[in-house]
Design a protein around this ligand. Structure first.
Ligand code: ADP
Ligand code: MG
Ligand code: ZN
Length: 615
């Protein structure tokens, strides 16, 4: 299995090697012509040495006079070109020079080679440099030429560490569906003999981090077939037509390697890219999409290629993608439930040293709504924490602290708040907690904290007892009241509100609006107003489709106002009733900064807390 590899890496390395060799040679020649160079002396001391009779041998090379003194030490001196050795020694008495061996070396031959070399080096350098440049240009050219090639990464089925279904915890239904796909890939004849059509497209749908990519890999690993992995966003380029050409190339490669899996991750990048972006995103998206559809339609009956795709936004996908014969198999991957969470935690703590008394079940109970990726992150944070404290193993508190960190960002103890601010935050959070605690449909209070975390100055943490799938109108109303508990408290205690509850108000308003327009939970009746207004994506349904009149719009606003108003009244009533308890809780909270559920309830009910601190 080979994919064409761009060669620019090699050519540039070669260029650097050539350049380096040249420079090294030059440095060698100019700096170090003779490793055991004799010591240089002045002309006078040379003459002096002859006079004192210690010179034994003289060798003349060009303008240099090398000589060996008694004892073998070598020296050299430089004379003027016009002077000869004889002239120099003319002044010296003949008996001093008689015994010296004199050798005149003819250096013209040496010089000849030296001169050739000197004249050739610049030439070689220029040629080398040109070659280097040409290679660079060629590789850049190559890059431009391969622009339309797909950049799919292929994973080799023979690779040792392949992903299998064992690496995916939970997701039982999804796995069952996908086992079928694995079987199609392994024994296609079993199905074709029955006259069954092998499915072409499978789309994995699920929230981010639920393991879609992981499952697709596991399918390839189980089936032992090549796996072409490309992300939808890689089709979307500045230039129109590149995406389509990449699709063509990808399918061509896949056909050569059949049976295999093509996996298009985040397919909504092509599916929903509408009218937005640079260079005509609209045409580009359509062309790419059309090409994918054409390629899938063009499969021969026995083409053993399965196209898998993943998305967390199935609602924005082009319906043409989902019709029979294309991505007609839809595998939904849910956010893991309590059992799955435990299993996922087990997988991700398997290779970490855990303390004996670790209770993963307890952790999974505390992490409703966590995706597989969140849980992986949680396990990792716990390991980091344990390492930071120089522990030998990960303990239960490490895991519990990490839940909060993953959920709400790291604590920011350095954020300095003054006394008044702290008091305000304490009252605000206690307001949330008391209202939430008094209303039966709210989740139980788990913790109250006035330690800054991420963006939040304080946190009241409610923990559902079990995973919830349905919300009643009463539940919404109670949650709204609890959300507004902070606002109501600030107003009651300080007579005015701070910027603190602004996020609460935003969430409350959104929740109330949804109750009216989406769930039919107001006097406006069971009608849904507006479409696809949940999230606004670049260019898609910008400002959402409004399929109602101005009159209805103002009625909706009124209904929202009413719902929020009622919730606020309820919250205000509760915080007023429990003002005395509230003061008690706030006092303790200011001291400890964090209150657990037990501490909160004991304070609320007026009993002494066991862990009461020194005041
Ligand atoms: P998605 O593609 O759905 O956004 P990924 O497949 O990239 O999510 O999952 C991210 C990571 O989360 C995976 O690499 C894996 O470690 C972890 N993960 C998610 N779901 C599971 C699961 N069911 N079992 C084990 N690990 C999981
Ligand atoms: Mg993914
Ligand atoms: Zn708040």
């Amino acid at each position: 299995m080979k994919l064409p590899q761009p060669s620019q890496k090699h050519s540039s390395t070669l260029g650097y090697i050539i350049l380096f060799a040249f420079i090294a040679t030059l440095i060698y020649i100019f700096i170090n012509p003779n490793p055991q160079a004799p010591e240089k002396v002045s002309l006078d001391s040379f003459i002096g040495d002859i006079n004192s009779g210690i010179v034994e041998e003289i060798r003349v090379e060009d303008n240099r006079i090398y000589y060996i003194a008694t004892g073998g030490a070598e020296f050299y001196t430089v004379k003027e070109p016009s002077e000869t050795l004889t002239e120099l020694m003319a002044e010296i008495p003949a008996e001093k020079t008689e015994s010296i061996k004199v050798e005149i070396v003819d250096t013209t031959g040496n010089n000849f080679w030296m001169e050739i070399l000197v004249s050739i080096i610049p030439f070689i350098l220029i040629v080398g440099f040109l070659m280097f440049m040409m290679r660079q240009a060629a590789s850049a050219n190559n890059q431009a030429m391969s622009f339309g090639k797909s950049q799919a990464r292929i994973s080799d089925p023979e690779k040792k560490k392949k992903t299998t279904f064992k690496d995916v915890a939970g997701a039982k239904e999804a796995k069952e569906e996908l086992i079928e796909i694995v079987d199609f890939l392994k024994n296609p004849s079993k199905y074709t003999q029955m006259g069954a059509k092998i499915p072409r497209g499978v789309i994995l749908v699920g929230a981010p981090g639920t393991g879609k990519t992981l499952l697709a890999r596991a399918v390839a690993g189980e089936a032992g077939v090549p796996f072409f992995n490309i992300s939808g966003s890689e089709f979307v380029e500045m230039f129109v037509g590149v995406g389509a050409s990449r699709v063509r190339d990808l399918f061509k490669k896949a056909k050569r390697n059949a049976p295999c899996i093509i996996f298009i991750d985040e397919i909504d990048a092509v599916g929903r890219h509408r009218g937005a972006g640079m260079g005509g995103g609209h045409d580009e998206r359509e062309q790419t999409l059309n090409q994918i559809l054409t390629e899938m339609d063009g499969f021969e009956q026995d083409t053993n290629i399965i196209v898998m795709a993943a998305t967390n936004r199935p609602d924005v996908l082009d319906p043409a993608l989902l019709r029979p014969g294309r991505f007609d198999r839809r595998v939904v991957i849910d956010i893991p439930d309590i059992e799955d969470r435990e299993a996922i935690l087990k997988i991700h703590t398997a290779k970490k040293p855990l303390a004996q008394d670790i209770d993963l079940n307890k952790i999974s109970r505390q992490t409703p709504g966590f995706s597989g990726a969140d849980l992986e992150n949680l396990a990792n944070e716990a390991a980091i924490l344990a390492a930071k404290n120089n522990q030998k193993e990960i303990t239960q508190p490490d895991l519990e602290t990490s839940i909060e960190k993953v959920l709400m960002g790291p604590e920011r103890k350095s954020r300095v708040l003054n006394k008044k601010e702290k008091e305000m935050i304490a009252y605000h959070e206690t307001g949330h907690a008391i209202v939430g605690h008094m209303l039966p449909e709210c989740d139980p209070v788990h913790k109250i904290s006035i330690i800054s975390r991420g963006m939040a100055l304080g946190v009241t943490w409610f923990m559902p007892e079990e995973d919830k799938h349905l919300y009643s109108k009463t539940k919404f109303e109670h949650e709204l009241a609890s959300l507004l508990g902070g606002y109501a408290t600030e107003k009651m205690v300080f007579g005015e509100v701070s910027t603190g509850p602004s996020n609460d108000l935003e969430r409350a308003t959104k929740m109330a609006r949804k109750m009216v327009t989406k769930y039919g939970m107001s006097d406006m009746g069971p009608v849904i107003f507006g479409e696809g207004n949940e999230e606004i994506f670049l260019g898609k349904d910008f400002g959402h489709v409004r399929n109602y009149s101005e009159e209805i719009a103002s009625k909706i606003d009124q209904a929202v106002e009413q719902i929020v108003g009622r919730a606020l009244d309820k919250a205000a009533e509760i915080v007023k009733k429990y003002r005395k308890e509230m003061d008690r809780i706030v006092k303790e909270l200011l001291q400890k900064e964090t209150l657990t559920r037990e501490e909160f309830i004991e304070l609320l009910e007026g009993k002494k807390t066991k862990t009461k601190s020194s005041n």
